[in-house]
Design a protein around this ligand. Structure first.
Ligand SMILES: C[S@@+](CC[C@H](N)C(=O)[O-])C[C@H]1O[C@@H](n2cnc3c(N)ncnc32)[C@H](O)[C@@H]1O
Length: 268
C-alpha cells in the first residue's frame, strides 16, 4: 500500500517534529485519555508513533491496535514503541477508508491530527463508528491554524501561515478543522459529542514551550511548506522568509505565541 502525498510529507524532519509536538503537549492533550485494563483501542493514523507512546503509557493494560496507511511510518512507530518498552500495542498497515476489522471490534477509537488531511472527514468518522461497539467512544484531536496568533504580529507572518492553510486546502484537507469537530462528530452520528479547546500559550517564562511548541512544532511546520508555497506562487520568497523571521522574533523575550487545539469525544 502506498501512502498518498500529504502536506507535511514523511521526512525524518517531519517525524522529529511530530515527536516534539506529542512530547511537548502530552499533558495538555493526553492527561484525560485513560483506557481501562483490557479495553480494545484502535489508534487510527498513528504515523511514526509519536502519540502512540503516550497512549500506551497512560493505559498500559489496554490492548491498542495502531494503524497507518504508510508502511514506513508503521515500521518507525513499531520501533519507537518497542524502544519505549511498551508491549501492549499491535501495529498494522491499513487504510481507514477500508478498515480490516469487523463491526464492533473496538471499545474506543483514538485519532489525532488525521482528519485535517482528509477530503471526507465525516465519512471517515462514520467508518470508525462502524468498528466501535455500541456504547464505545471516539476521541479526536485536531488543531486549527486560524487559532494561531503571536506578539509582535506582522502581516508577513500571517501571510506565511496562510500559505500552509491554502496548500493543505488544495490537497483536499482543512487545517481549520478544529472549530468543526463538534458538527463533524454530530453529523457522523456520535451521541453526547463534547469538545474542549486546549490552548497553548507561550512566553519567555516557559522556555520548554518556546522550544518544543513555538519553534519545533509550529514554526517548523510552516517552514516545511516553503518550497511548495514558492512553486505554487502563493507568496514571494522575501515575504515568506520575513514571515518566518517575524515568527521567530515572537519566540524571543518580549514575544508571545498562542494556538488552540481541540479535543472532541463522542459515543456510539
Ligand atoms: C500528521 S500525521 C499524524 C500522525 C500521528 N497521529 C501524530 O499525531 O503524530 C497524519 C497521519 O495520518 C495518516 N493517514 C492519512 N490518511 C490515512 C488513511 N486513509 N488511513 C490511515 N492513515 C492515514 C498519514 O499516513 C499520517 O501518518
Amino acid at each position: 500500500m502506498t501512502a498518498p502525498p500529504y502536506v507535511h510529507g514523511y521526512s525524518t524532519r517531519e517525524a522529529a517534529r511530530l515527536a516534539n509536538q506529542a512530547n511537548t503537549l502530552s499533558g495538555l492533550l493526553h492527561h484525560d485519555t485513560l483506557y481501562p485494563p483490557g479495553a480494545r483501542v484502535l489508534e487510527c493514523g498513528c504515523g511514526t508513533g509519536a502519540q502512540t507512546v503516550h497512549l500506551a503509557a497512560n493505559s498500559p493494560q489496554a490492548r491498542i491496535v495502531s494503524i497507518d496507511l504508510s508502511p514506513a511510518s508503521v515500521e518507525q512507530a513499531k520501533a519507537r514503541v518497542r524502544a519505549a518498552g511498551y508491549g501492549n500495542v499491535a501495529f498494522q498497515v491499513a487504510d481507514l477508508f477500508n478498515l480490516p476489522f469487523d463491526e464492533g471490534s473496538f471499545d474506543h477509537v483514538f485519532i489525532c491530527f488525521v482528519l485535517e488531511h482528509l477530503p471526507a472527514p465525516v465519512e471517515a468518522l462514520r467508518l470508525l463508528k462502524r468498528v466501535l461497539r455500541p456504547g464505545g467512544s471516539i476521541t479526536v484531536i485536531e488543531g486549527d491554524h486560524g487559532s494561531w496568533y503571536c506578539h509582535p504580529q506582522t502581516l508577513e507572518a500571517s501571510r506565511t501561515v496562510q500559505c500552509l492553510v491554502e496548500i493543505q486546502a488544495r490537497l483536499g484537507g482543512n487545517s481549520l478543522i478544529g472549530r468543526r469537530l463538534y458538527p463533524l462528530l454530530a453529523e457522523a452520528g456520535f451521541r453526547r459529542a463534547c469538545v474542549s479547546p486546549r490552548m497553548v500559550y507561550v512566553d519567555a517564562s516557559r522556555p520548554e514551550l518556546v522550544e518544543g511548541f513555538s519553534k519545533n512544532t509550529f514554526i517548523a511546520m510552516v517552514e516545511g511548506v516553503r518550497q511548495q508555497a514558492l512553486s505554487l506562487g502563493l507568496i514571494g520568497e522575501q515575504v515568506f522568509d520575513k514571515g518566518i523571521a517575524d515568527m521567530y522574533r515572537a519566540t524571543a523575550p518580549g514575544g508571545t505565541f498562542c494556538y488552540t487545539f481541540f479535543k472532541g469525544m463522542g459515543t456510539k
